[in-house]
Design a protein around this ligand. Sequence first.
Ligand SMILES: *Cc1c(COP(=O)(O)O)cnc(C)c1O
Length: 412
Amino acid sequence: MSQQTQTNTFEVEKIRKDFPILNRKVNGYPLVYFDNAATAQTPKQVMDAIVDYYSNYNANIHRGVHSLSQEATDKYEQARIKIQKHFNAEKAHEIIFTSGTTHGINLVASGFSSILKEGDEILVSAMEHHSNIVPWQMLCEKTGAKLKVIPMDQKGELVYSEFEKLISSNTKLVFLNHVSNALGTVNPIKSVIEKAHSVDAAVLIDGAQAAPHIKADVQALDMDFYVVSAHKMCGPTGVGILYGKEAWLEKLPPYQGGGEMIATVSFEKTTYAGLPHKFEAGTPNICGGIAFGAAIDYMNAIGFDEIAAYEHELLEYATNELKKIDGVKIYGEAAEKTAVISFNIEGLHPYDIGTLMDKMGIAVRTGHHCAQPVMDFFKIPGTVRASFSFYNTFHEIDLFIDALKKAKMMLQ
Ligand SMILES: *Cc1c(COP(=O)(O)O)cnc(C)c1O
């Protein structure tokens, strides 16, 4: 029995029926899936959309005159509009389908190589995922622009006063995650964007970790670029979107050349297609885009406010229970957090803990979580990370805590 019963009316047992994988056993134990920050599980409704696509209207899009091609095109473009509405973009063509967050960031970084010059500066936070660091380092190597780092403090919060000192008229670009995947910190993106715009710098927000929990309004926040991956929002892997303000997307050159992205091609001169096709060379992940739309429908039917409130209760409960265990140190105690807990137990290696937990059916992540600079900051090789989703339960947290106590006993 759970030591705490939830205080709201969130229908988690009903929701769990949509996720067949949650019924399976791992190493003889019921699966407790707490690796949601790496990828979320897929509900039947999204699987149905995938089966429907391949069973009924699998065809290449945009060029075909036949019915299947037109149906596939319609469904794909409807998905784009769903995603546009969800993030409240002004125009559907400001939504570019990508293979995920990493692709979206590389597309923008590559585009800025024709804009930046020596002496320009770009700012990054100290708590980024590698995918929001490495493309910018590559951009700096190409252009001679300089990368500067906005520090964080021991709680895992951005030091805003340092950001205010770093930003200047030399700053051309700021990129920051909305939520840190390693710590769960929710960053003050509204203030960062306003401040950056006051010096005419563009802002790219990495929304990969925020989008499953917070419905971001790209117009209200005045974002220039926002990137997400479908697989962290109950959709399939290998698909995501880049939102870009029309004016920016017009300004950036195409990322890849090929079919779909052209208006006319001859050996003398090729002209590019308009948005969004300019950035969508080649046959896209058609089924993935449609399934992403289905995932967004699914999550909206539950409601993002309801999801956030319930996940917050899970976070508070798990944090309190963890703190009762001797030797536990939690990394990332920002005032505003999503349901991610990174921690270590004194004297134990995270990898050993993770391995023993898996033997008891519990999936947690161990390591640097693609955020080595965060680990360096805390002077640790890695952490154990438990990350919750709206289909997790208080009972699962109890199982996790029990397993952790057992693992601790075995290792000490
Ligand atoms: C997962 C994640 C990424 C990378 O997403 P991919 O789907 O692997 O491209 C980038 N940033 C953050 C904050 C993430 O959580």
